[in-house]
Design a protein around this ligand. Structure first.
Ligand code: AMP
Ligand code: ZN
Length: 113
């Protein structure tokens, strides 16, 4: 755990979040500032700074994040959704603990802005 990390604190239960799923490895919770009718985040409980910080030991963990995030979208009744990882401030990353955005419930354009 990184002591000054917001998402480590959410994973540790020190800061509240609207949790959708939790197991020993990962946590899913609703984004506090939703950008779509459905917008939640899937994070590893372990502190990884960003996608570039994912190591070979983390490959199973990242696969689980994708599987659980996709299943949660389906449980919310959403079949078309977007999964987003931002890496670095100029790509839009504001919280430096790895997180997968799951967005759905409205149309999305491509390419992203
Ligand atoms: P990013 O810009 O990719 O780093 O995404 C960070 C996301 O975390 C943003 O969509 C924020 O709205 C969201 N966020 C920040 N603080 C919280 C919080 N306390 N609970 C839930 N989501 C949060
Ligand atoms: Zn962290």
């Amino acid at each position: 755990m990184s002591t000054d990390c917001l998402f480590c604190k959410i994973a540790a239960g020190e800061i509240p979040a609207e949790k959708l799923f939790e197991d020993d490895d990962i946590l899913a919770f609703r984004d506090i500032s939703p950008q779509a009718p459905a917008h939640f985040l899937v994070i590893p409980k372990k502190h990884i700074q960003d996608p570039a910080g994912v190591g070979s030991d983390d490959e199973e963990l990242i696969g689980k994040m994708m599987r659980v995030g996709s299943n949660l979208a389906k449980e919310e009744g959403i079949s078309a959704f977007r999964l987003v990882y931002n890496n670095g401030a100029s790509a839009g990353q504001t919280v430096f603990h790895l997180h997968m955005h799951v967005l759905g419930g409205r149309p999305f354009s491509w390419p992203p802005g």
